[in-house]
Design a protein around this ligand. Structure first.
Ligand SMILES: NC(=O)N[C@@H](CC(=O)O)C(=O)O
Ligand SMILES: [Zn+2]
Ligand SMILES: [Zn+2]
Length: 448
């Protein structure tokens, strides 16, 4: 059966409920009282339909750390979280800095088939920050890489960063930067501020992020290339982005006159925020529980508030999970020895509802924008983040907006269980995820 009838959904949470007939991977009909004898019927009364989510920042850990996540388990977590496409970061072992590793991740993602897995290529060889990786070879591989990042590490050398931006421009790609001036974060354990002083933890100053973001925006504007800022965490970064985006719009014609042709089509400077930086703050560090350790660190309530407002306003373009599974032995240990990172794929939507929808900062159209349309646009995906209209790909998610659930790390699909939301009851539930007409997850279960 290649037909599915979704009954009683509200498109973007707006208007009266409609039925959606999916046939051969596309939305074939939208109307009321639709019927089709051959279709599988999904009763979705009262559920909100949005385009499938796109995560620009996922750590799938394969190859190398399959004891914490695999492409199969990470894809399952993604589908259960409402995602139809994820971008897999390059900090695997071996590093995805060449076409062989890239094509392995790409092929494995397709074999699993629950979500479109797009490998991100490393910017520098071995994430070492010294020598550019062969971006062109990765771009021309079967995976057609269009996002490059050394995430986990900052491309700290300004000349390497400039060259990376120049090459990426020629390849119609984007450089996603983990903005952290490494000289300012040597030994850092927590956001530099009152809480870190109280707890005796070495500080990670906001300026370590903001200085790199400012530098990279200037470089991207100078060469007319595309820059994407990963996991924005401070109010100051929001101010820098606001300035750079305004300047980007203003100087584009001048740049063209000076012979610098800006990369066409997609946004020049873009940025993401994680669900955990929207909801959690360094108040949580008082327990010294490393489940709260993440890079960049949890900041203050004033920062979180600025991030929520910037996301609502569009200064921050999208939500990305930075889903970062870690083994028990790397989390269940003393704070200083623990690895930074938290799970995010299955909790992202609920955290966005809690922090953005409930307080009235975003409506469901806004959720579609920050979790699907904008990330798809930034990465240049043409078949995700599409409007829910007849003839468009049936790549979508159905959400029960009134449900709530209690997070249990052990019950999540990831191999690892390091969720900071353990025991928390969060609003909204992903009911069904559909990828090109195929149901990948339904009612909390994967459909293989
Ligand atoms: N976010 C994290 O704290 N950790 C990430 C790396 C990264 O995103 O910088 C990881 O790979 O574990
Ligand atoms: Zn990072
Ligand atoms: Zn990351």
């Amino acid at each position: 059966m290649n037909k599915t009838l979704l009954r009683g959904v509200r498109l973007y949470g707006e208007g009266d409920p409609v039925d959606l007939l999916i046939s051969d991977g596309v939305i074939a009909e939208i109307g009321t009282d639709l019927a089709d004898a051959d279709a599988e019927v999904v009763d979705a009364a009262g559920q909100v339909a949005l385009p499938g989510f796109v995560d620009l920042h996922t750590h799938l850990r394969e190859p190398g750390r399959e004891d914490t996540e695999t492409i199969a388990t990470g894809s399952a977590a993604a589908a259960l979280g409402g995602y139809t496409a994820v971008f897999a970061m390059a900090n695997t072992d071996p590093v995805a800095d060449n076409a062989v590793v890239i094509e392995h991740v790409w092929r494995r993602g397709r074999e699993v088939g629950l979500v479109d897995v797009h490998p991100i290529g490393a910017v520098t060889v071995g994430l070492g920050g010294e020598k550019l990786a062969e971006l062109g070879t990765m771009a021309r591989s079967a995976a057609g890489v269009r996002v490059f990042s050394d995430d986990g590490h900052c491309v700290a050398d300004p000349l390497i960063m400039r060259r990376a931006l120049e090459y990426s421009k020629a390849l119609d790609a984007v450089i996603a930067q983990h903005a952290e001036e490494p000289r300012l974060t040597v030994g850092a354990q927590a956001h530099e501020g009152e809480q870190a002083s109280r707890l005796g933890l070495a500080g990670w100053p906001a300026a370590a992020e903001e200085s790199i973001v400012a530098r990279d925006c200037l470089l991207a504007l100078h060469v007319g290339a595309r820059l994407h800022v990963c996991h924005v965490s401070t109010a100051g970064t929001v101010e820098v982005l606001r300035w750079a985006k305004t300047r980007g719009d203003a100087i584009a014609p001048q740049a063209t006159r000076a012979g610098i042709v800006p990369q066409a089509g997609r946004p020049g400077i873009s940025a993401e925020v994680t669900p955990h930086h929207l909801l959690l703050t360094d108040e949580r560090l008082a327990s010294y529980d490393p489940v709260n350790k993440v890079n960049p660190p949890l900041r203050t309530e004033a920062d979180a508030k600025a991030l929520r407002e910037a996301l609502a306003e569009g200064v921050i373009d999208c939500v990305a999970t930075d889903h970062a599974p870690h083994a028990v032995q790397d989390k269940d240990c003393e704070w200083a020895a623990a690895r930074p990172g938290m799970l995010g794929l299955q909790t992202a939507l609920s955290v966005v509802i809690e922090t953005m929808v409930r307080p009235g900062l975003l409506d469901w159209r806004g959720v579609a924008r920050v979790m699907s349309e904008r990330p798809a646009e930034i990465a240049g995906l043409s078949d995700h983040g599409r409007p829910l209209e007849v003839g468009e790909p049936a790549t979508l998610v159905l959400i029960d907006p009134d449900a709530s659930w209690t997070v249990r790390g052990a019950a999540l699909a990831s191999v690892a269980g390091n969720t900071p939301y353990e025991g928390m009851t969060l609003p909204g539930r992903v009911m069904t995820t559909v990828l090109r007409g195929r149901i990948t997850a339904h009612d909390g279960r994967i459909r293989a």
